[in-house]
Design a protein around this ligand. Sequence first.
Ligand SMILES: [Zn+2]
Length: 504
Amino acid sequence: MPNSSIATMSLRLYNTRTRAVAPFQPLTEREVRIYVCGLTPSAEAHLGHARSFLFFDVLRRYLAHPRNGYHVTYVQNVTDIDDRSIAAAQAEGTTVEAIIGKFYGHFKAGMRTLGVREPDLEPHATQHIDAIVDMIAELIATKHAYATDDGVYYAVKSFPHYGELAHRDVDELLIGARIAENEHKHDPLDFALWKFAKPGEPSWPAPWGEGRPGWHIECSAMSRELLGVPFDIHGGGTDLIFPHHENEIAQSESLMPPHSHMANVWVHGAMLNFDGKKMSKSLGNFEPLTALLARHDPLAIRLLFLQTGYRKPMNFTEDSIGAASSGAEKLRRAYDALTAVNGTGANAELDELVAGANVRFFDALDDDMNTAGGVGVLFDVANAAPKIVAANAGAAATAARALLEDALGVLGVGELLTRDVVVAEVAAVDPATIERLRANLGDAVSFNGESPAESIALVVEARNAARKSRDFALGDRLRNALSAEGIVLTDGKDGTTTWTVSGG
Ligand SMILES: [Zn+2]
C-alpha cells in the first residue's frame, strides 16, 4: 500500500461538479462505493451504452488493482418500469416484465461478451418501492415535494443548489420550460417523483395513491439505501447530467445536512456517435449491441474504446474496428514473441525501456484515466519486442510480459494474451444456424444465451478441450457439426483456432 509519507503519484479524476481534476480521496479508508446509472431496458441496448459501462468497468478494475488497493462496491441499477416499457408492452400485447426481461437479457449477454464485470449489486427499481416511497414521504414532510391529482412532484425552488452540477442557472432553465397540459405541477421545472396509474398500468400502493416511481427518485432512493450517503463516485453518461443527475442531487441533498453532497465525485463518460450522428432509437441509426458483437471481435471493440479518452466524444465507424483488431493482434504477437526469449541476462538499455513503460502506463491511468495514453505505452512495448528478442534479453522480456499481463488485465483485455480462439470477423450468422447448433450439441456444450459469435466460440473451445483430453470422437463430432453449418475451422501453428463462415 502506498505510504502517505512518500510522495507518490496517485489517481486523479475529473469531477463534473467542480469542473476540475483532483486527487481521488475515498470517504472511507481503502474502500470505494460507486453508483452508476444503469440501463432502462425498454428497447435494445446499443454500442453507445456499452462505451459508458465499459469505461466504468475499467475504472473499477483500476481502483481494485494493487496499485490502488481499494475494496470497491459497484452498484448499477435497472430502471425496470417507465413510460416507454409500458408503451412497448402494450404495443406488443405482453407484460412490462417480459419486455424488460428480454432487453435486459440481451444487454447482459453483450456486457459479458465485452468482458464487463457483473455489478456487485444490480437493484431493480420495482424491488425497492418501499425505499422509494419512504424517500418521497420524507420530501413531502420537509416541503420539498407536493402531491397533486396526477402524482407527486419535487419543488425545484425549494432547493437553492439546483443547477450546480450542470452549471446552469435556474432562470435560464425556466426560459423554454413549460407545463404540458396533462401535468398539474406548480412550477415548470418541477419534476415527477410518483405518477398515479392509469387503468391497466402496473402500479404499487402509496399514501398518495396507486402509481409508479419517476425515474430520478429511483436512483436517489436506491443509492441511499444500498451505499448510504455520501458515497464516493456517482457515474453515468454525459447525457444524464441534466436533468437526471441534477434531479438526483436535489432529491438526495434536500434530506442531507446543509452543504453535504450525495456523491464525492461525479464522473461522466462522453457519448458515442455513429457515423457522425448521435445514436438513438428515434433516429433508428443503431444496430442492437448483440448483433454488432456477433460480427466483431469484442476485445477489439474494447481496445478501440480505450484508445479514446472517456471524456472525449467518439465517432464510431465499422472501419475503426478493423484497425483495433490489428492492434489487438499486434499486442498478442509481441507477447508470444517475448516468450521465446530464453536468455536470463540484464540489458541496461532494454531493462530501462520496459521499466519506463511501466511507470508511464500507470501515470497515464492516474491522469484522469487516460487509457488512450496507456494503450499507446503498450504499443511502445510491442514495438520494442523485436529488439528484446534479438538481444535475447531475458530480464527485459520477463518484465515486458509481466507489464502486458498486468496492464491488459486492468484494461479488461487480458484475455487477448491467453485466448486460444480468435473470434473471426464474420458476416451475420443466420440465427437458425445457432438454433440448430444449440439443439444438436446441447448435451456437449453448455450454452447460456450467448451471442451467435460466442456460441460458436463455445463450440470451438469445447472441441479444442476434447482434443486436448484425447476425446477425438467428441472433437470430430463438434467440428463436423460446425462444418455442416458452413463454419470452417483453421488451427494455427501457435495453438489458436480461427473460424470463418464459408460463402458468408
Ligand atoms: Zn440514475
